[in-house]
Design a protein around this ligand. Structure first.
Ligand SMILES: CC1(C)CN=C(N2CCN(c3ncnc4sc(CC(F)F)cc34)CC2)S1
Length: 494
């Protein structure tokens, strides 16, 4: 039976957040699976009505709107019913099931056909990165979807057709689907990035491209229906413009996320835990875990379920520490992010992550150096060998990301902030640098650089920092004098 008959009509018209939260709660608690199309339409309608005709509140100081200017919306049952029926008839009307055999499991051809139905009904040209294009509401009312939205719509379309084996697979910057008897098949269903030919219908590459971060080394978040609801809630976007959020939408999203969190649907979803952490940092919910706990839970989830192959949990956490001026902890998180990178080869598909690391290395860390350099900073970063070690581990990780990659990562734009940053550290801290050059390291340097395609054992040794007073025993192959001279001359200039 189509989902709508069962929805509690007394909740309509939806006029406040609690009634929408109730509708989502009813959907995830009912005996059969939650209806993705219904929830994506309702969530999109709320987001759209609050962000597209609203008097905004400032992003950094969302205030309670005493009058009802900020929080009003009214979503009629007949509107949702009409949109829901429209989506069902688009899908059911375009896919002749008899052409796809009588298997209860989806086939690649069926998945590709549903992807084509969505794909071919999108507007010819629109700004793909715009906000609020992630929901089936956007698809039905504007024929526009972003990359994630297409993938979600395909999964929702397969649910309408009764193929409950088709599920969303999520990396940190891409989405695709898994399907088949034991979910062992994969298929691209949407595009990625700009100017890349889409690979819709193809299985996820096992070629060298799959060593790129884009496919997280075979560690994507594989969703069940409940995690797909979490993904659509996580993709709710409270932005009104670049500097302003609509507080009601953030509250709406936050309450839904806690409802899903309480049922365990964020447990294996690091980015959703990170998103909830961001929401809690801005507007803490009393009686709930502190945002720093959520960022830690995201890190733990990546380590526990995804072999620590996800980078974003550490950048969520590092961003939080940075905003709290906890600079040593921030450097530690960013170094941990770089440790994940070592396993990857950088490819042109990894643009988003490259921008994230550029921002950390060339904007945030120089800001940290300025912030601690000027102030009287008792436990100053610049005198702390562990901070220096974090910094070197960060850069070493980025260098190792580049090693073995067809596309270079670092360029002079990286080197200047790096040298300035290193030079800011106390000479006494730098002199403590002890790099353990394992015996085989020399052999490794002499033989061909180990190919990342072979299984790597652990992360490369990035040396360790000891708080020793002896002069540094820097390894033979580091040209100690020139290195120190370069730093001293540079620090003399800066
Ligand atoms: C630490 C950051 C820079 C802050 N926000 C970050 N996000 C990363 C991407 N976000 C996400 N949050 C929940 N689920 C997903 S699935 C996905 C890939 C897309 F193609 F489907 C992205 C993403 C949310 C925001 S990473």
């Amino acid at each position: 039976m189509a989902g709508l008959e069962r929805v509690n009509r007394e909740l309509f018209p939806l006029r406040d957040i609690s009634s929408v939260v109730q509708l989502f709660t009813d959907e995830v608690e009912k005996s059969s699976e939650p209806d993705l199309a219904l929830l994506s339409i309702v969530g999109g309608a709320v987001e759209n009505s609050l962000t597209c005709h609203r008097s905004p509140v400032m992003k950094d100081a969302p205030v309670e709107t005493d009058d009802d200017s900020g929080g009003e919306f009214e979503i009629e049952y007949h509107i949702v019913d009409a949109l829901y029926s429209q989506f069902r008839s688009i899908i059911l009307g375009s896919v002749d099931l008899s052409a796809y055999g009588d298997s209860k499991y989806a086939t690649r051809e069926l998945v590709k056909k549903v992807s084509d139905v969505i794909w071919n009904s999108l507007s010819r040209s629109y700004y793909k990165d715009r906000a609020h294009l992630q929901s089936i509401y956007s698809y039905l009312t504007g024929n526009k979807l972003d990359c994630f939205g297409v993938a979600l719509a395909v999964v929702a379309g397969c649910q309408v057709l009764g193929f409950n084996d088709v599920h969303l697979a999520l990396s940190e910057d891409h989405a695709w689907v898994v399907f088949g008897e034991n979910g062992g098949e994969t298929a691209e269903v949407t595009w990625h990035g700009k100017g890349n030919e889409d690979k819709r219908g193809q299985p996820i590459g096992t070629s060298v491209g799959s060593l790129s971060w884009l496919y997280v080394n075979g560690q994507p978040v594989i969703c069940d229906r409940y995690m797909e609801v979490t993904a659509l809630v996580s993709s709710i976007n409270p932005s009104f413009n670049m500097t302003t959020d609509i507080k009601e939408v953030a509250d709406f999203q936050q309450q839904l996320m806690w409802m899903l969190y309480d049922r365990g649907y964020l447990q294996r979803y690091p980015m959703a835990l990170g998103n909830l952490g961001d929401l809690e940092e801005i507007n803490p919910t009393s009686g709930r875990p502190h945002c720093s706990d959520l960022f830690s839970q995201a890190v733990d989830a990546s380590r526990k379920f995804y072999n620590n192959q996800h980078v974003y949990p550490y950048t969520y956490q590092g961003g939080y520490y940075f905003r709290q001026k906890m600079y040593k902890e921030a450097l530690g998180s960013w170094a941990n992010a770089a440790d994940v990178l070592r396993e990857y080869n950088y490819s042109r598909d990894d643009e988003e992550l490259y921008k994230e690391l550029m921002d950390i290395a060339n904007e945030l860390i120089p800001h940290v150096m300025k912030a601690v350099g000027s102030g009287i900073d008792a436990h100053s970063i610049l005198k702390d060998p562990e901070c220096f070690a974090h910094l070197l581990r960060l850069y070493d990780g980025i260098c190792q990301w580049e090693e073995g990659s067809v596309t270079p990562v670092l360029h002079i734009g990286w080197a200047k902030p790096l040298v300035n940053t290193i030079a800011k550290f106390d000479a006494s801290v730098r002199a403590q640098l002890v790099i353990d050059l394992q015996d085989d390291l020399d052999e490794e340097h002499s033989s061909e650089k180990e190919d990342k395609n072979s299984s790597r054992s652990g992360t490369a040794d990035s040396g360790n920092m000891e708080k020793t007073e002896e002069p540094s025993k820097v390894g033979d192959n580091l040209n100690n004098n020139n290195y120190t001279k370069a730093l001293e001359s540079d620090s003399a200039q800066s």
